[in-house]
Design a protein around this ligand. Structure first.
Ligand code: AMP
Ligand code: GLY
Length: 423
């Protein structure tokens, strides 16, 4: 088979590495990819939002399967465009990707189908939102409805902060049209868990759990980022919690989407909060997490392409997912200044140390080739993932391997997986 992966981050590198292990695959392309991906796939300079060019390329190369890694093209309808051109796609159509694309939609869906989530109200006018805040109990969480690179969520401790958040999102349009509508919801406390799943429209198969670290600095300080590191599995995600979620959250979400005439095929990523009154949905994503994929996929025993094809063909009920009884930790090496502003173009040294390793992987996120050298090309540059017999071993190995590479202005968090010590 020939597979085309759409995207250019660490997640897409992890997907490409798993696709490369499939016995069914002979050639991998990636649009646009990065320097790391170019070592296992042929990268083509087509952007993820260039739908017509992607469709032409896929037809010209007789691509058997397109895997869309990123949220923007999914929410924008790339699956629909490719399918109309007769191409097989792993990833939801536009009418199902709305599960991630509109928080107002997903909150209304959860309310209608009694899926546990924080209490909320949706607003499309700033006046009504501000009036509502006068009687709301603080803290509240104000969320831009649309995609905002994980930044459109503002936690507000005081009424004044909440008012400012409404103005920032709806009037100053800090997140553009993503802020035409907002969700204001109850603040929840608890541990966060990410559970990714394969879905074929009717059946859902969840993968092993993971936990992300979203803030830029040690001790969960600083700004929200795309994710500074992950570990898998989460020791807090017990069998009892899983049983509850399978029934009241996972299958319920798939059934709800089908009942709405929006059957979901692809990945549903459940962002959960384990609260005192039970697990609740924080958010849905319509794709693998980044950097969750970098700890979940290396632990998966199944042939990824076989599972994706089962999703497309509606026979996921015949698949049992199988994960190694081990653990993984991913530490992100970022450019100093991320997530705000940072320099690019610094040479990266030490990458060869990962060649041929089966227990440590260097997934490239923001990297590029320049004059025969691999250089930094983004905020998150590399994701160093390590496997171990347990989380502590995996963490020690990931931090050791993080020392093998270096580039100017590099920074990382030093406490990825610290929660493990409390388990
Ligand atoms: P989201 O993009 O909706 O997952 O939000 C990003 C992050 O904001 C989450 O990972 C949580 O840490 C935090 N967050 C979102 N909604 C809530 C909530 N209702 N209560 C507490 N924290 C929240
Ligand atoms: N790491 C969180 C996300 O991919 O949305």
């Amino acid at each position: 088979m020939k597979v085309l992966i759409v995207g250019s981050g660490g997640r897409e590198h992890a997907i490409a590495a798993s696709v490369a292990k499939s016995r069914k695959v002979e050639q991998i392309y990636c649009a646009p990819g990065n320097a790391g991906i170019s070592q296992i796939a042929q990268c083509v300079p087509i952007g993820a939002m260039e739908f017509d060019r992607l469709a032409s390329f896929a037809r010209e190369k007789a691509i058997d399967l397109v895997v869309i890694g990123m949220d923007d093209p999914l929410v924008g309808g790339l699956t629909d465009v490719l399918e109309a051109a007769g191409i097989r796609v792993f990833g939801p159509r536009r009418n199902a990707a709305i599960l991630e694309g509109s928080k107002a939609f997903s909150k209304d869906l959860m309310k209608k189908y009694h899926i546990p989530t924080a209490a909320y109200e949706n607003f499309s006018s700033p006046g009504e939102a501000l009036a509502y805040l006068e009687t709301a109990r603080m803290p509240v969480v104000v969320k831009a409805d649309g995609l905002a690179l994980g930044k459109g969520v503002l936690i507000c401790n005081t009424l004044q902060e909440a008012r400012d958040a409404v103005i920032t999102i709806m009037e100053k349009k800090q997140f553009g049209d993503a802020g035409n509508r907002i969700v204001i919801e109850e603040f929840m406390t608890g541990r966060e868990v990410s559970v990714l799943s394969f879905v074929d429209g009717k059946t859902i198969r969840t993968m092993t759990s993971a936990q992300d670290h979203k803030r830029a600095g040690d001790g969960d300080t600083g700004l929200n980022t795309g994710g500074m590191g992950t570990f898998s599995p989460s020791p807090f995600y017990t069998q009892e919690i899983d049983a509850f979620c399978q029934k009241h959250i996972y299958q319920a979400t798939v059934d709800a989407m089908a009942a709405e005439g929006r059957p979901f095929q692809g990945i549903i990523f459940f962002g959960l909060m384990l609260t005192e009154s039970g697990p609740k949905v924080l958010e849905y994503n319509a794709r693998f997490g980044d950097p969750e994929a970098q700890v979940v996929l290396p632990r998966m025993k199944n042939d990824l392409v076989e599972v994706m094809e089962a999703c497309i063909d509606g026979r996921l009920d015949q698949i049992t997912l199988d994960f190694e009884e081990n653990a993984a930790v991913c530490v992100v090496l970022a450019s100093g200044g991320y997530p705000v502003s940072y320099e690019k173009g610094f040479a990266i040294s030490g990458l060869d140390a990962f060649d041929g390793r089966k227990d440590c992987f260097c997934f490239h996120a923001g990297t590029a080739w320049k004059d025969g050298e691999i250089v930094t090309n983004g905020g998150r540059v590399l994701g160093i993932s390590a496997l171990g017999k347990d989380l502590k071993e995996a963490r020690a190995k990931a931090y050791e391997a993080a020392q093998w590479v270096s580039f100017q202005n590099q920074y990382m968090r030093h406490d990825i997986g610290r929660a493990i010590d409390e388990a």
